[in-house]
Design a binder for this molecule. Structure first.
Ligand SMILES: [Zn+2]
Length: 211
């Protein structure tokens, strides 16, 4: 497993965790995936059978994480429905013992509180596309989260992130992961190679099945 780009939607990406909708899951050899229903994509219309499909895909050996799932106050419709769908992803993650990739726009407190209220604090969360400030980063770190940064991020949050909780990603941008690594490296006064090495070892710790 060689994941440096922790979150992308590009199906041809290499050294990446590719996020796909379970209804479009068609694994290619040598690639790694996370599966989930994105909060922007009509999650109010999901049926029980869709969650059965999610769990089925979640057990696939090339699926290393669940998501992306989460909550977005600006897009994605009714927040109560988004919350319910997010918790169902957490339940699947607990059942298959995998990490969850979380999309959170102005919902950091709810993401953590919902996990706690569902009795699922043991499920590890990666907040992807982290754009919050240093204060939000600190709260999420205290809750055991990993934080994944793309090109658009708050440098204060990067500085507040312990190096063993730091990940990098391209998400839906055409950016090269090396550009992201360079930018984060500048903030941390490290080299891009050092940042990529940290991202790789953190991804391995998070995603490799503990046997
Ligand atoms: Zn995404």
């Amino acid at each position: 497993m060689n994941i440096i780009d922790f979150h992308t939607h590009r199906l041809d990406a290499t050294d990446a965790l590719i996020s796909v909708d379970p209804r479009q899951f068609a694994p290619q050899s040598g690639k790694w995936y996370s599966v989930g229903y994105h909060p922007w994509h009509r999650v109010d219309q999901l049926a029980d059978s869709d969650f059965d499909l999610l769990e089925q895909c979640a057990r696939h050996e090339q699926v290393l994480a669940i998501g992306e799932t989460g909550m977005d106050t600006l897009r994605g419709g009714d927040l109560e429905v988004q919350a319910q769908v997010y918790v169902r992803h957490l339940q699947v993650a607990a059942a298959v013992k995998k990490t969850v990739v979380v999309h959170s726009v102005r919902t950091a407190q709810q993401i953590i509180a919902l996990r706690h209220n569902a009795g699922l604090d043991s499920v590890t969360l990666v907040i992807h596309g982290m754009r919050g400030n240093g204060h939000v980063a600190g709260m999420l770190i205290d809750a055991g989260c990993y934080l994944s940064y793309g090109l658009r991020h708050n440098p204060a949050a990067v500085l507040a992130t312990p190096l063993d909780r730091l990940l990098i990603e391209t998400d839906d941008s055409p950016a090269d992961i090396n550009d992201v690594a360079c930018q984060v490296a500048d903030t941390l006064a490290l080299t891009a190679a050092e940042v990529k090495s940290l991202a790789l070892s953190n991804a391995r710790r998070l995603l490799e099945p503990s046997t």
